[in-house]
Ligand binder design. Structure first.
Ligand code: ATP
Length: 375
C-alpha cells in the first residue's frame, strides 16, 4: 500500500448522449478508501467523497479504466506531481516470457504472478519464427547454446507478458529463479524455473535484466501488434472470457489451469481491456433476452479480461460442462465442481463468459482474435 494521502487522476468519459468527452479529476483517499470527483470544466463537485468498494488503489494507473455508476472512465493522466511520482515508483515494467516447455503451466505461472503482487498490463500468446528467436537473442549469437536456444524458442507457442510492480525487473527474476533449471532446483526450489523448467536451455521463463533491456524487449513483443499474428486457429473452437472481477480477485490462473487440467487445448490467450461499446456489441444477442444484459456489458468493460480460444471435440458443449450453469448460486448446489461454482459471485459476476451455441464458437473467437486484436 502507498503512503497515506490523496491521489489525483485526470479521467475522461465519453458522454454518449451529448457525444462529448467530459473530463473529471478523480481523487482516491487511501486512509479510508474513498473516492471523490470534480468536473474539470465547470469546476464543480461531481461526486461527493464516498466509499466505492469496486475501485481499489491498484486499479488506478494511467491507461487503466474504472467504472463509476455505469460511466466508463479512462484514466488519461496523473492529477498532480505527488500522485505521479508515487505511482511511477511502483510501476516498473518488465518483459516476462513463458517459454515453450512451460506453455501448459500458464495457469500456474499466471497464478504465481498475481500472488506475488504483479499487475499484468499486457499478455498474449504468439509463435516465434527461428528468425524472430535469433533476433531476440542476438546478444548470444556465437555462443555454443545459441542454435539450440533459438530452435527451442521457436518450437512452440509462448506467452509474452508486460508485468508491472515496484521493482518489477528484480522481483520477476527472483520469482523465476536461476537460469539453469537444475541450479534453480537446488538453490531456489520454489522458483518457477525449478518447478517448471526442463534443463539448462529449456528453463520455462525469461525475464528482462535491466530497464534498457525491458524497454527493448517490450518493444520487440508489443511495439507493433501486427508483427506476430494471432495463434488462434478458428476451428473446432469455443471462446471463454475470464471476466474482470475474476481477474481482479486473482482467479485467472486457477481458471486457466482448470481448463488445461480438464484436457482442453488453449490455442490462443490474450488480455483485453474492453470498452463499454465493444462489450455491448459483443453481448448484443442477449439484449432483450437476459434482464441483466447491460450489467453484463458493464462488468465485461470493468477492467482487464482474458480471452481464450479453447479447442477440443465438441468444444462449445464440452467447455460449457466444465464452466457450469450461468448462475453460480445454482452451480454451487447442482454442480459444485464447475468453474462458476468455484469462482463466480452472482449472475453478472459469474467468472467466465463462454459461447452458448455450437455454431457461434468460431464467430465469438473471431470477434476477439480478429476484430478486437487488430483494432
Ligand atoms: N550455458 C548455457 N547452456 C545452455 N543454455 C543457456 C546457457 N546459458 C544461457 N542459456 C539459455 O539462454 C537464455 C539466455 O541466457 P541469459 O544468460 O540471458 O540468461 P537469463 O538472463 O537468466 O535468461 P533469460 O534471458 O532467458 O531470462 C537462458 O534463459 C537459457 O535458456
Amino acid at each position: 500500500m502507498p503512503a497515506d494521502g490523496r491521489y489525483a487522476f485526470l479521467v475522461e468519459w465519453l458522454d454518449p448522449q451529448a457525444q462529448l468527452l467530459r473530463q473529471y479529476m478523480l481523487f482516491y483517499y487511501t486512509v479510508d478508501r474513498t473516492i471523490e470527483m470534480d468536473d474539470v470544466k465547470n469546476r464543480r463537485k461531481f461526486l461527493r467523497r464516498c466509499e466505492f468498494p469496486t475501485i481499489t488503489f491498484e486499479d488506478l494507473y494511467v491507461g487503466g479504466t474504472v467504472s463509476v455508476y455505469s460511466r466508463e472512465l479512462n484514466i488519461v493522466d496523473y492529477g498532480d506531481e505527488f500522485t505521479k511520482s508515487a505511482i511511477e515508483k511502483k510501476s516498473e515494467r518488465t518483459l516476462g516470457l513463458i517459454k515453450p516447455d512451460a506453455f501448459l503451466k500458464v495457469g500456474k505461472i499466471v497464478d504465481a504472478i498475481y500472488k506475488d503482487g504483479f499487475r499484468v498490463a499486457q499478455l498474449r500468446t504468439l509463435q516465434l519464427t527461428r528468425r524472430d528467436a535469433m533476433e531476440f537473442y542476438a546478444e548470444h549469437e556465437g555462443k555454443p547454446f545459441y542454435p539450440a536456444l533459438t530452435e527451442f524458442m521457436s518450437s512452440g507457442p509462448i506467452v509474452a507478458m508486460e508485468l508491472v510492480a515496484d521493482g518489477a525487473i528484480q522481483k520477476w527474476r527472483k520469482l523465476i529463479g536461476p537460469t539453469n533449471t537444475f541450479t534453480a532446483q537446488k538453490e531456489a526450489p520454489s522458483s518457477l524455473r525449478a518447478l517448471f523448467g526442463t534443463d539448462g536451455t529449456r528453463n520455462a521463463c525469461h525475464g528482462s535484466d535491466s530497464t534498457a533491456s525491458a524497454d527493448r524487449e517490450l518493444g520487440f513483443f508489443f511495439g507493433s501488434p501486427s508483427r506476430f499474428p494471432s495463434t488462434a486457429r478458428f476451428n473446432n473452437c469455443t471462446l471463454a472470457v475470464i471476466k474482470p472481477h475474476a481477474v481482479k480477485n486473482g482467479h485467472a490462473g486457477a481458471i486457466l489451469d482448470g481448463i488445461i487440467e480438464d484436457g482442453f487445448e488453449i490455442s490462443a490467450l490474450q488480455l483485453f481491456n474492453m470498452t463499454r461499446t465493444n462489450a455491448s456489441e459483443f453481448l448484443e444477442v442477449y439484449k432483450g433476452v437476459l434482464p441483466e444484459y447491460s450489467k453484463l456489458a458493464e462488468e465485461l468493460s470493468n477492467g482487464p479480461c482474458f480471452a481464450l480460444e479453447v479447442r477440443s471435440e465438441n468444444a462449445v458443449q464440452a467447455l460449457r460442462e466444465l464452466i457450469g450453469p450461468h448462475d453460480p448460486e445454482l452451480a454451487r448446489v447442482l454442480r459444485p465442481t464447475t468453474l462458476r461454482a468455484q469462482f463466480g459471485v452472482d449472475k453478472v459476476m459469474n467468472a467466465i463468459h463462454c459461447t452458448d451455441l455450437p455454431e457461434d464458437g468460431q464467430l465469438e473467437v473471431e470477434y476477439f482474435f480478429r476484430i478486437l486484436q487488430n483494432n
